[in-house]
Design a protein around this ligand. Sequence first.
Ligand SMILES: Nc1nc2c(ncn2[C@@H]2O[C@H](COP(=O)(O)OP(=O)(O)OP(=O)(O)O)[C@@H](O)[C@H]2O)c(=O)[nH]1
Ligand SMILES: [Mg+2]
Length: 484
Amino acid sequence: MTVIELDRSPPGVVRRDVVLVVGSRLAGTTSLTNALRDRIREHTFVESGELNPGHAPTAVVVTASASAMLTESDCALIDSAARNTDLVIGVVSKIDTHRTWREVLTADRTLLAQHAPRYLRVPWVGAAAAPDLGEPHVDELVGLIRQRLSDPGVDRRNLLRAWESRLQSTLGRYRADGSDRRARVRALHQTRDDILDSGRRTRSERDIALRSQLKQARIQLAHAARNRATTMRSELADHGAQLTRREIGTFESHARTRVREAVDEVEEAISDRLVDLATGLHLPPPSPAASPPTPDFPAPPLTSRRQETQLMTILGGGFGLGVALVVTRLFAGIASGMTVAGLVVGGLVGLVLTVWVVGTRGLLRDRAVLDRWIGDVVNVLRSALQERVATRVLVAETALCSELFHRDALDSAEASKRVAEIDAELRAHAVQAARAAKVADARLSPLLEALEAVRSELNGTDGRRADELNRYTPEMGFLNRSCE
Ligand SMILES: Nc1nc2c(ncn2[C@@H]2O[C@H](COP(=O)(O)OP(=O)(O)OP(=O)(O)O)[C@@H](O)[C@H]2O)c(=O)[nH]1
Ligand SMILES: [Mg+2]
C-alpha cells in the first residue's frame, strides 16, 4: 500500500552505479569522459547515449566549454540528466585555450543556480581533458569526483532527489489537469458570448439592411412612376396637337390603351425591383400581386358645345356674308352686267368661308378640350402609379419582415439550443471541478507534505525526517503513472 518507500527508488527508476558525463555539442564531453576513464578506474563513466532513459546515474558531470556561457537549452539538458540524481559536478572545459575561463565558470555557476535552487550547491572546476599542448589537466576534477563519490550520504540524497522529481511531476500533472479544465471552461464561456453576440448582431444587421433597401426601392419606384406619367403627358399632348377632325373620335380609346400599357410597365418594374431586393437579402421573393386596376377617368367633354356652335355659326355666317358682299361689289365694279354673277360667286365664297371658319374653330376647340383632358388623365395616372408603388412596397415589406421574423425565431432557437448545451457542459465541469478539488485536497496534501519532507532532508534543514513519510499510506497509486 505504501508507495513512498525511501529505501527504494521511485517506480520506474533504475539506479546504475555509473557517472554520467553530459554537455552541449563540442563542449569536450567525449575527451573529458576518456580522461576520467583513464584516471578513475574504480568508477564507470558513460555518456548519455550509453545510458537507458529510465536509468539513473550516481553522479552527473556537466561539461561546459570555456568558450561560451551556459544557455537555457544547456540548463534543460542538465535538468533532464540530473532528474533522479542529486550529485552534480560542473566542469568548465578547454581552459588551456580560453584565458577567461574563470569568468565563464563564475557566470555558469550563477546561471545554473538561478535556473533552479537545487544547483546552488553544485561545485565547479576548470579542466583541460585534451589540451593542444601538454598533459590533460584534470587533477582537481578527479579529486573532487573521488571526494564526492566517497561521501556515504550520496545514495540517500540521490534517492531523495528522485523522489522529489517524482512528487513534483505528479503535482504538476494535477495542476495541469485543473488548468485544462479551466481553459476549457474559459473557451466555453467565450463561445457562449460569441453565439449570443453574433445572434444579436446578425438580427439587427438583417433588419437594418431590409429597411434601408425597402426605403431605397420606394424612392426609386416612386421616381420612376412620376417619370412615366410625365413622358405619357408629353406623348399624348404631341399626338393630340396633330389630330385631324376624323381622328378626334378615336383619340380617347388610344389614350386609354396607352395608359393601360404605362400601368403594366410600371407594375413590371415594381415586381422586378422587389424580386431583386428579396434575392439580394437571401429572402424568398414576394408572391406575385393581382393585376393592377386601370385608372378610371371620364371621357373628354367633346359633345356639350351646342351654344358655342350656334355662336360660331352666327359669327362665321356674318363673316361669310361680309366676304360675299365684298366679292359681289367687286364684280359689280368691274362690269355692270356681272352683278348677278357677282351675287352668285360672292354667295358661294361667303358660304365656303363660313363652313371653313366654323369647322376650323371647332377642331381647335376640340384639341384644346383634349389637351386639358390629357392633363387630367395624366394626373389620375400619376396618382394611380404612386399609389400602386406605395401599396406594393408596403405589401412586400409586410411579407419580408414576417419572413425575417420567422428566420430570426429559427436562429434564436438554434442559438438557444447551443447555449443550453454549453450551459450543460459548464455545469458538468463545475461538478467535476468540485469533485476534483475534493480529490486533490485528499491527495495533494499528503503529496505536498511528502515533498516538503524530502526537500527538508535534502537541504539539511530542520524539519520532519523524510523517513517519516512511510507513515503516509494514502492510495498513491497515481505516483506510478507520473513516471511515464
Ligand atoms: N584546446 C582544447 N581542445 C579540446 C579540449 N577538449 C576537447 N577539445 C577539442 O574540442 C573538440 C570537441 O571535443 P569532443 O571531446 O569531441 O567534444 P564533444 O562535446 O564530445 O563533441 P560532440 O560529441 O561532437 O558534441 C575536439 O576538437 C577536441 O580536440 C581541451 O581541453 N582543450
Ligand atoms: Mg562526443
